[in-house]
Design a protein around this ligand. Sequence first.
Ligand SMILES: Cc1cc2nc3c(=O)[nH]c(=O)nc-3n(C[C@H](O)[C@H](O)[C@H](O)COP(=O)(O)OP(=O)(O)OC[C@H]3O[C@@H](n4cnc5c(N)ncnc54)[C@H](O)[C@@H]3O)c2cc1C
Length: 324
Amino acid sequence: MAEVLVYVDHVDGSVRKPTLELLTLARRIGDPVAVSLGNGAADTAATLAEHGAVKVLTADAAEFADYLVAPKVDALQAAVESVSAAGSLAAVLLPSSAEGKEIGARLAIRIGSGIITDAVDLEAGDEGPVATQSVFAASYTTKSRITKGTPVITVKPNSAPVEPAAAAGAVEELAVTVADSSKGTKVVSRTPRESTGRPDLTEAAIVVSGGRGVNGAENFPVIEALADSLGAAVGASRAAVDAGWYPHTNQVGQTGKSVSPQLYIAAGISGAIQHRAGMQTSKTIVAINKDEEAPIFELVDYGVVGDLFNVVPALTDEVKTRKG
Ligand SMILES: Cc1cc2nc3c(=O)[nH]c(=O)nc-3n(C[C@H](O)[C@H](O)[C@H](O)COP(=O)(O)OP(=O)(O)OC[C@H]3O[C@@H](n4cnc5c(N)ncnc54)[C@H](O)[C@@H]3O)c2cc1C
């Protein structure tokens, strides 16, 4: 069976969920071979093996942390060459993060391949893997296949379930030579963002978002309380972030983050096309809005017509009660 390279997104050895989702998809088209780079790379092997990686190629070098993405592209290119030389390579999969897309695009140019970004599904095809994308503010679903070179495909978080599937996960050291030309941009400082303790917005399985209806920064704790009761991330409409009620990093939509959680709860959000563009592929959508004519109700699975200041706290209490 052909092998499929999966680029591992991890933090000091702790594998992030989108990578485990990639392993689920990779198994549909071949044998997953994980490529894990940087500090803690070897520590990722056990988790990757539990989720179907037949092999884990690891490399650690100071350059991966010291420079922006190019040394990681060198490593992934080395993995492509090594796997291709030993057998056949069906595809290279990366998470659709900003970094994943940049690495994917640079790799595709280096190896002369086509690239598909922001796939939301992947299936095996007679002439190579077929990727599904949701485009034009989710108004069209397209299926594409790469016609040139080894397919390089980036996949959005929450596009596939995490499925344990024990495999050998044999660890092999990947020989990487970081080119001088890959040292063009050096990282000069790092300041960690203050952690909220909540999941990352683009990766969260549940997102609770507030809009102009929240009516002030002082009221956003109502949204946060529901999010915390569900273990969710907090999002916001552009109207809410432009008003300074919530950070811009939490904006969902065309000019904000694109999210695709299992459950999206929108409170006090009208459902403008630009907001929909960032959340329309969510699996289940719930809206709370006091205007029964609000456009958001056109796309919801469940809608509650009511004042969010009554509905959201009641929902939070109910979630807490049921969780015991
Ligand atoms: C180029 C461009 C890019 C854009 N990008 C984005 C983007 O990325 N993300 C984004 O969100 N927007 C974006 N916008 C803005 C977008 O067009 C809307 O203006 C914005 O989404 C509106 O935000 P909102 O739904 O919170 O506010 P509103 O449209 O004002 O809606 C507020 C809603 O809250 C309801 N409400 C009020 N009080 C309560 C209450 N107490 N209880 C329950 N419901 C209540 C109202 O009935 C109303 O439906 C963009 C616009 C442009 C032109």
